[in-house]
Design a binder for this molecule. Structure first.
Ligand SMILES: NC(=O)c1ccc[n+]([C@@H]2O[C@H](COP(=O)([O-])OP(=O)(O)OC[C@H]3O[C@@H](n4cnc5c(N)ncnc54)[C@H](O)[C@@H]3O)[C@@H](O)[C@H]2O)c1
Length: 338
């Protein structure tokens, strides 16, 4: 008989409400609680899941709910630490949205708390569950690509998406580039970054505290060179919602992952836009796509299945490289990594 997993979600915002909706609809899973100091937001999420309780903070959750199997943490990046450490100390497995945190110190503290409590820690790098990136990873494992020579990883989106949603406060690299950093580190299993040079622009979004674009060149220990390009300054009318791609050239073959065209384009007399079919599309009334596959894989992983859920240490590595890019972009100097 399938064990019914009891799950709680902390943070009922953009990501947390989607996590909650996916867990609530998942076979073998019960959405037990949603936590947010904004009780109105949390209440609206809970109203869609029969029996789901609402708490204003993780302390109240952990006092009242004693038999949770997993807590998914979807608070802002700089607020992952306190709930993650408290949940680990309560002996409950944790899933933390990417990036693991906004500082290396927080990431190390989260990993240490999970190690000490012997609980599982997974991080939300959902591209690992995108069929195209996952199949590309299989090509790497099969040996058909040979030794990787060069990678180009791009992720460009409109100023009306991320910068608008987060009030322009988040660094572009930590929010956007970090997805490709995790993917590159996953593809280049066994190699470590040795040097980073980055440049960024802030002509358009600088006034609101974020960046328009970032370009970075990273050299890896096995000799592979990676060219990262991220922007969230495309105009609202840009052809693609997220113009993302990855091209890898190897000694025996190459691959190209093309996510630019979602395959669904909508136009009216007032507007025109692509509709998401990749990350979290609604398919026949239910949230689907990379996020749903990842959270389904997460529950299987808790049961012992081999799933490519990013570990805390994977996420610490992607955080360190992304912070090195930010450091290089600010100083204009090459950053050398030990
Ligand atoms: N995987 C992805 O592609 C992806 C996309 C967007 C955001 N994210 C990540 O997801 C996380 C959440 O981002 P978001 O877009 O949902 O942000 P958001 O601002 O929409 O939601 C965050 C929510 O957390 C709540 N909150 C703040 N402090 C809290 C606390 N101590 N306890 C409980 N709730 C608290 C806020 O009230 C808010 O409702 C971030 O780490 C972000 O980087 C990941």
């Amino acid at each position: 008989m399938i064990k019914r997993r009891r799950v709680a979600v902390i943070g009922a915002g953009f990501m947390g409400s989607m996590h909650a909706a996916i867990f609530a609809n998942m076979v073998g899973c019960e959405l037990a609680a949603i936590v947010d100091p904004n009780l109105e937001l949390a209440g609206a999420v809970a109203a869609k899941a029969p029996g789901c309780k609402v708490y204003a903070g993780h302390e109240a959750l952990l006092t009242a709910e004693r038999d949770l199997d997993l807590v998914s943490i979807c608070t802002p990046d700089n607020l992952h630490l306190a709930p993650a450490v408290a949940v680990a100390k309560a002996g409950i497995n944790i899933f933390v949205e990417k990036p693991i945190s906004s500082t290396v110190e927080d990431a190390q503290a989260i990993i240490a708390a999970c190690d000490a409590a012997k609980v599982k820690l997974g991080i939300g790098y959902l591209l690992r569950f995108d069929p195209r990136y996952a199949a590309a990873k299989e090509l790497m494992i099969s040996g058909k690509i040979g030794e990787p020579i060069h990678i180009y990883a791009r992720r460009n989106s409109a100023r009306t998406e991320g910068p608008k949603r987060y009030g322009g406060k988040l660094p572009l690299a930590l929010h956007v580039t970090v997805h490709d950093v995790d993917m590159v580190l996953w593809m280049l299993d066994g190699q470590r970054p040795v040097s980073v040079y980055a440049q960024q622009t802030n002509r358009l979004l600088g006034a609101s505290g974020t960046q328009d674009s970032l370009a970075a060149i990273v050299r890896f220990s096995g000799g592979t060179v990676v060219n990262f390009e991220s922007a969230w300054s495309l105009p609202a009318g840009a052809r693609h919602m997220i113009d993302a791609r990855m091209e890898l050239i190897g000694t025996e073959g190459s691959f190209e992952v093309q996510c630019g065209d979602s395959g669904l384009y909508y136009a009216s007399n007032e507007t025109s836009r692509e509709i998401d079919t990749q990350h979290w599309p609604v398919v026949n009334g239910r949230l689907d796509g990379d996020l749903a596959r990842q959270l389904g894989g997460l529950l299987a992983w808790l049961d012992g299945a081999d799933m490519p859920i990013a570990s805390g240490r994977d996420a610490l590595r992607s955080l360190e490289l992304t912070l090195a890019m930010m450091q290089s972009a600010q100083s204009g100097e090459i950053v050398r990594l030990a």
